[in-house]
Each structure stands twice: as C-alpha cells, then as structure tokens.
Design a protein around this ligand. Structure first.
Ligand SMILES: [Zn+2]
Length: 461
C-alpha cells in the first residue's frame, strides 16, 4: 500500500514537472574547448536523469563487490565444483563402460576438485576395483565406512573385494554387518545366506531366511521352501552326529514348512522308526504318499521293516495302496511286490493297470513286463518285445541337479558335484542332447569324466 502511494506520488510529480517544463520552454548552450552543445531544457533534464540512473547502478555494483570479498571466491569455487561434478559424471560413465584408465583419471580429478567428498571417494574405490588395484579400493571403501550415507555401499564394495580374494570369514562378517545395517537390502541378505549355506551353517542360514522374509526380501512361499530344505539339511547333519532327538525336531519343522518336501518326510519316518515309533512313521508316510506319490516315500514305507518276507511286504503295502488305489505309481510298486511274492496273477493285473495309468512308460515298466513275461510259460515272444521297448524307454525320474546335470542316487541339500544349494529336483532325466549341453556349459571343467561318460552314466541310472 505504501509502495503504491509512493509510486502514485512519483507519477504525479513527473506529470507536474513535465507540464511545468512545457509551460516554460527554453534552451541551453554550452561551449568548451572549441565544442559547442545547444539543446532544449526537456532534453537536458532527460539526459541528467539518465546520467543519475547509470551512476546509481555503477555505485550499487561497486558496493556489492566491495561489501563481500568472499563473493568472487565463491564464483570461482562454483566453477571448481562444477568441474568436479563433470569429472564425477565422466568417471561413473567410464566405470559403466569398463574403461579403467579413464575412470581412474576422472576419479583423481574429481577427488581433487571436490575435496574428497564421499561420492569422489566412491568413484576412486570403484575405479581402483575395476583396474584390479585391490589395496587402493579397500583404502577408499574403508574411508567411506565412517560416513553414514556411504556405509552400505562401502560394505558392498568390501564384500566384493573379500569374495574376490576368497576371504570367506571376512565376507561373512561384512555381509552380516550390511544386513544388520539395512535388513531389507536384498543383496546383503542373499550374500549372507549364500555364505552361510556354503559353510553349511544351516541354523544361521535359516535365521537369515526368517529375517529376510520379515524384511520382505523373500516371499512367504520362497521362504517356506528354503526353510524346509535348511531344516532337512540340519536334521541330516544331526542324524549323522547321532543326535536323533534334535534331528527328529528339525525334520518335523521342515515338514511343517513344506508338507510336500519328500526328503524331510522320508528322513522323519526313518528317525521315527529308529525311535520305535513305527505307527507314527506309517501315519506320516501315508499322508506324504497321498500328497506326493513319490517313489522315495513308497521305498521309505517298505524300509520300515527290514528282513520282512516278500508276502508280508506285499500285504503291508496293500494297506498303503488302498489310500491311492487308481494311481499308476502305486500300481507299479504293487505289481513289483506281487512278482517278488510269486503272486503272478496280481502282478500281471497290477502291471497292466500301471501301464494304462502311466503318463510315460519308462524303463521300470519295461523291466517289470520282461520279468513277468519270462515267468510265464508262453511269454518268450512278449519278453523280447518288452526288451526291445526297454532299449528306447526313458529312464525313470531321478534327483537331478538343475545346474550341472549330476544325478546322485539320494537327495542332498547341496549338489554333491557343483555344491549349488537346493538344485536337486525330482525330474525325468534330461535327454542325452540336453545332458551334453549341460556338461559342456557348466560341469566339464569340474568333472573327472568326459561328456560322453556323463551321458552314459545318466542313461544307465
Ligand atoms: Zn550340480
């Protein structure tokens, strides 16, 4: 409001002045050193006003520069910072492009221009890492540990360094520190988990998975499956150490996490039977069999009474078969047991139905049919037919490593050959072409056998 009044008064003054000048016209002449200037009064007034305005601007600029000497420095510093950030950007781009020399030069420049800010330190560390200069990289990463903002990235850098140097203990400590600092950092949780698993510290790994699930790193299903595998691994280790009670607890925990995890069901039944709790073992195996129809469950069921007569085994299995009477896998076991018990009629009938129900007629069906034909008086021709089919029949499903193709006879928490965690899947063995591919890409370096030998082994199993 006051500004408006002042502006209004100013306009009024200018208007009055202009009117007064118009009413009193006149001229002015100036002569000096041979120069003569003649002008009207209004032009002179305008000229004077312009000179005054210009002087005011120059005076203000002078005051601004004089009044704050730091300003000139700050402009220069601004340029320095700008050049520093430019070097930083160049360095980051060089790292992404894998140009170690360019990155190192830019990193040095950025550090100098930005007075060792954490970003410049990070660039120096990464450039050194790219150039393979581990000592310099470590020096800068360690310096970054002191700043809260760069602590996590420094831990990650140091973890990579430790992994590169094969320092497992150091890597484990760094991964744990990073996970504790940021429980939701996926890379930290996964690194810690991988390190614990490779050290076969199943208890610590299961705690990491449980924490990772709470922090949202693992989905509920993924965590449940991982925990089932880890508890089973723990149970197997405890069983090997003669700690049967602990082993049983871990196996039960594994089944709770994933009731379809066959290795846990088989192990629990074995432990229950060894503790004299055979009825409970039968109950749990029946439940597992109904869920999975997995041959290993049937074998675990049959193994509950070693030294049993074939007829008694057949009679006992019929109890389990009743729970899944139309299942092809169940019929195949029944036919085999009936054959062993010399009940050829039941064996033939069950074998025929097993073949009708089978999704794939594999080597087990062919072998059974050959044995049955050989036992019958007029079965020579039929035996030959099934023998020919056996030559082309696929191998039955096995535990097979999805990483290297290894087919161990039993389940392990880590592949016995390539040591990958949870890589053994129950699946139809891959074709020979697939096996060759797998061996070529993943396992040839580690394997003692040639690709051809591995292929033969795969088919033979
Ligand atoms: Zn493997």
């Amino acid at each position: 409001m006051i500004r408006f009044i002042i502006l209004f008064a100013f306009i009024v003054l200018v208007a009055v002045g202009a009117a007064w000048l118009a009413d009193h016209p006149g001229s002015m002449a100036l002569s000096w050193a041979g120069w003569r200037v003649e002008t009207s009064i209004p032009v002179l007034v305008l000229f004077l006003l312009l000179v005054m305005g210009l002087s005011a601007v120059v005076y203000r600029l002078w005051l601004w520069l004089l009044g704050s000497p730091g300003r000139i420095g700050s402009v220069l510093r601004g340029n320095r910072k700008e050049r520093g950030y430019k070097a930083l950007t160049e360095g980051m781009a060089a790292i992404a492009a894998g140009e170690a020399n360019v990155a190192s030069r830019a990193a040095e420049q950025a550090e100098k221009l930005l007075d060792g800010t954490p970003m410049a330190q990070l660039l120096r560390a990464q450039a050194a890492q790219l150039a393979g200069d581990d000592a310099t990289a470590e020096k800068y990463f360690r310096a970054m540990l002191d700043t809260k903002e760069t602590q996590l990235v420094a831990l990650r850098g140091l973890l990579i360094q430790a992994g590169r140097l094969g320092d497992h203990k150091q890597a484990l400590a760094l991964a744990a520190r990073a996970r504790n600092l940021r429980p939701g950092a996926g890379w930290a949780v996964r690194s810690l988990f991988d390190l614990q698993v490779s050290a076969e510290d199943w208890t610590a790994a299961s705690q990491t998975v449980a924490g990772g699930q709470r922090a949202g790193v693992y989905s509920k299903e993924n965590a449940a499956h991982k925990l089932a595998v880890l508890y089973t691994a723990d149970a197997l280790a405890k069983e090997a150490a003669g700690q049967r009670h602990e082993a049983l607890t871990h196996a039960a925990d594994a089944i709770k996490q994933d009731p379809s995890h066959v290795p846990a069901a088989v192990l629990e039944a074995r432990l229950l039977a060894a503790s004299g709790k055979e009825r409970k073992a039968v109950r749990h195996l029946t439940s597992a069999w109904q869920q999975t129809r997995h041959p290993a469950v049937a074998e675990a069921f049959l193994a509950l009474k070693p030294g049993e007569s074939p007829a008694a085994r057949l009679a006992r299995f019929e109890g389990l078969h009743k729970s899944t009477p139309g299942d092809g896998e169940s019929l195949l076991v029944l036919a085999r047991l009936a054959l062993e018990a010399d009940d050829l009629m039941q064996a033939n009938e069950a074998a025929q139905r097993a073949i009708e129900k089978a999704e794939t007629i594999d080597q087990r069906h062919c072998r059974l049919m050959v044995s049955l034909a050989e036992r019958s008086s007029d079965g020579a021709e039929k035996a030959r037919e099934w023998l020919m089919r056996l030559a082309d029949a696929p191998a039955p499903a096995h535990w097979q490593c999805t990483e290297c193709g290894e087919t161990p006879p039993d389940w392990h928490p880590r592949c016995p050959r390539c040591h990958t965690f949870d890589s053994l899947q129950w699946q139809a063995v891959r074709s020979s072409a697939d096996s060759l591919l797998l061996v070529d890409t993943a396992a040839a370096e580690k394997a003692d056998t040639t690709p051809e030998e591995v292929e033969v082994e795969t088919v033979a199993r």
